[in-house]
Design a protein around this ligand. Structure first.
Ligand code: PLP
Length: 446
């Protein structure tokens, strides 16, 4: 397309007007900016493959038995020389590590003791102010005093589950579920009840209603925005209905919003269920692990008042405090406006990456393969023809130094045998393309 200056002269409009127009086209995926070169029209997208169907899990609560398989996949996800299509890990270029390090160093110089102490619950006030402020965009008027900072989202989820349920209790989950949720449920001796889930709209409320009538569900644990692995976003109206349904039955909802800031639509972020929680029944959890710093281990939860004391006590007996310096640094990064700028870049980048990997899967995988169309995050959930065994594919791919997340780790009892999850976050280059072609060939040979 014409350069910004040329078009501004041609149409007699200002440079900033042209830039704004180009940004809108960029956000819609019509053109792309290439550094030091200009703007280019993007090639038309291939017709999208069919999306996986609504899942049909077992209707019986089960003990989780996929822990060891998950550990194997996780250990392989960071091995050098292995194409990392397994773990949902943000790549280095999507993390503002240098800026955060600089801020940390400056804070440490400024306030030696002030950044090195037991930051007992509820944790860093500056950070809670920033997190609460961000939830306004998610339709949620949270006070900083309602938040407790945690060591990542994993700790927040552990604490919430322990606050609302006991070993042996039944926890309703999506199907497929994020494997970390399954691991936590397994470690806490609870039982998982998987609920039929649509890869676009999330948990089926009809199915959930039936499960609540039929089984002693103690709590629900759902990822309501850009679910891992499907990318599903529960529509606002469904979120409101879900909150009302659970409130009427006094079943708490633990809402994992870790991907909420990673939507591809740059106009805004989706709401959280917590926005509809008039009665105090939703325990909202999140972290900066997918957006800023998985190594900082900084997350949070916002429990309703009835669980707050229990949660603070559990936090103290689990990790005592959240590391003080990373919290202060992230708070300062957010306060400076750096977070929004950073998010804009990575959301656009992930949108492109997901599209590139999806197109490659459609070219390389056997006929009948279905692929999700996530509106955020950076993973794809791929359903292959039933003859393909994902565990076998995982083993054969590893021999060729490719790591994938096999479908069975996303289910308490090892279902989804012909599914895989692909991490699209790494820059799409020849290595990734070759890995996808190899995967497609291996799947085709099955
Ligand atoms: C849905 C979901 N929740 C929680 C986590 C873990 O978050 P954290 O690293 O902050 O503990 C992940 C990581 O992949 C995730 O996908």
């Amino acid at each position: 397309v014409p350069s910004v200056r040329k078009l501004s002269a041609q149409l007699s409009v200002s440079v900033s007007t042209v830039l704004q127009a180009y940004r809108i086209l960029e956000d819609r995926g019509r053109i792309e900016a290439r550094p030091q070169s200009g703007y280019y029209v993007r090639p038309p997208l291939a017709p999208a493959a069919a999306v996986p169907r609504v899942s049909r899990p077992s209707s019986v609560p089960t003990k989780v038995t996929v822990g060891s398989l998950i550990m194997e996949m996780l250990k392989l996800s960071t091995q050098p020389g292995v194409a990392p299509l397994g773990g949902a890990i943000p790549p280095d270029q999507c993390l503002p590590t240098k800026q955060l390090n600089r801020i940390q160093a400056a804070i440490a110089r400024r306030t030696s003791r002030g950044s090195n102490f037991y930051d007992l619950p509820p944790g860093c006030k500056e950070l809670r102010v920033q997190v609460a402020r961000r939830y306004i965009d998610a339709g949620c008027a949270l006070s900083p005093d309602e938040l407790i900072t945690t060591c990542g989202c994993t700790e927040a989820l552990n604490l919430c589950l322990r606050a609302v349920a006991r070993p042996g209790d039944v926890i309703a989950l999506e199907s497929p579920a994020y494997y970390g949720h399954l691991q936590i449920i397994e470690a806490l001796g609870m039982r998982a009840l998987e609920i039929p889930t649509c890869p676009q709209d999330g948990v089926s409320l009809d199915a959930l209603r039936f499960a609540l009538d039929d089984k002693p569900v103690r709590a629900c644990l759902f990822v309501t925005n850009f679910q891992n692995p499907t990318g599903a976003v529960m529509p606002d109206e469904t979120k409101r209905e879900l909150v009302e349904l659970l409130a009427a039955r006094d079943v708490p909802l633990i809402e994992d919003d870790i991907y909420g800031d990673l939507g591809f639509d740059l106009r805004g972020r989706p709401k959280v269920c917590k926005a509809y929680d008039a009665g105090g029944n939703v325990l909202l959890c999140g972290s900066f692990s997918k957006t800023l710093a998985p190594g900082a281990r900084v997350g949070w939860c916002a429990p309703p008042p009835r669980w707050r004391d229990a949660l603070e006590e559990l936090k103290v007996t689990t990790t005592m405090a959240t590391p003080s310096l990373p919290q202060l640094a992230i708070a300062e990064f957010l306060a400076s406006g750096g977070y929004d700028h950073h998010l804009r870049k990575v959301r656009r980048y992930y949108a492109q990456q997901v599209q590139l990997v999806s197109a490659a899967v459609q070219r390389a995988f056997p006929e009948g393969t279905r692929v999700t169309r996530p509106a955020g995050g950076h993973v794809l959930w791929v359903e292959m023809p039933p003859r393909v065994d994902a565990l076998d594919l995982h083993a054969r791919a590893l021999e060729r130094k490719i790591n994938i997340a096999p479908g069975p780790i996303f289910s308490a009892k090892g279902k989804f045998r012909n599914f895989i999850r692909l991490n699209c976050a790494l820059r799409y280059d020849e290595m990734i393309e070759r890995a996808l072609i190899t995967l497609g060939r291996l799947a085709g040979d099955a």
